[in-house]
Design a protein around this ligand. Sequence first.
Ligand SMILES: Cc1ncc(COP(=O)(O)O)c(C=O)c1O
Length: 374
Amino acid sequence: MIPVWEPVLDGNEKRYVLDCLETNWISSLGSYITRFEESVARYCGVPYGVACSSCTAALHLSLVALGIGPGDEVITTPMTFIATAEAIVQTGARPAFVDIDPNTGNLSVPEIARYLERGRFTSPNGPRAILPVHLYGLPAAMIELRNLAEACDLKIIEDACQAHGARLSYEGQSLYAGTIGAAGCFSFYPGKNLGAWGEGGAIATNDEEMAALVRTLRDHGRLSHYAHSAYGYNARLDTLQAAVLRPKLERLGEWNAQRRRLAALYRETLPEHGLTLLSEPEGTESCYHLFVIRSARRDAIRTALLQNQIECGIHYPLPLHLQPACRELGYAEGDFPHAEAMADSVLSLPMHPFLTEREVKTVSRTVKRALATG
Ligand SMILES: Cc1ncc(COP(=O)(O)O)c(C=O)c1O
């Protein structure tokens, strides 16, 4: 069986955990956390990293830190995992979905501009922020997003849960995804490009106040042990996860480079007809959390892959505006045609740094054969 993903382990996880146990750093927010946060900030090239219990918590707390709450709207994509919308709803605000760019799968900036121009908002205060997702590891159109956000006085929180180490050219610099908005939020769920031994998340930010607020909010609004500035949350990263994550972060570049090599091989060996590959616009560098193809014959390809012991996935089969959980937002089928068409046609092929070139060629051959028959 060729798995669609594998936890990216470096084989030393037991040692990292044991080292941590032996130093008695089981207590929360100790030096393992601080050192990991410093590594996240250094890696991303920003002054602050704040570790959280998950990316959902990181997104939620970043929005809370911006003062977003009941009566507000946050513009986001329907083509994402539900956690993106959950974080918005948890603040009391309302997700306002806008359609995607079918070439990349990411939020369409012209669609956001149209939504803002139309001005038919469903919450009393209207939009306060944009929450782009760097889907599958491909950076969203951050330059255009930032220009629009600045012109309309909106904040940006980046959902970089799938985009550790993805890069984009920005004002003559090469920056990491997650470092342009008010905060970039990362997930360390085991299947991510940088995976913990359990749950984990973090924010990266250039903003001292954002870092301080999220730091306080994740720890019961603590100022000192029994002094609390606000009602906060228990959203701390587990010390053992920090012990595992910090050394693994040093290998992220190497693992991402391998993902990019495998993605290039897929692009070279997959058939030209019968499927579409998502584009990687100039100036962007995906970290290929997933390698996703689109095809009208998606289900036939999927059947053929499974028959050949090749796992695949669908990210995501139902866009958020059509999810039962989002029913009360009042959206209907047809509202976001590009997202709906994408959900009907996407297929995630196996992608992880331990996949071999031979396995990639086998997958490509199987896709080709599936498209050639019937
Ligand atoms: C796009 C996106 N946003 C948010 C999340 C939530 O991350 P976590 O599981 O760390 O809360 C995920 C996780 O899969 C995700 O893929």
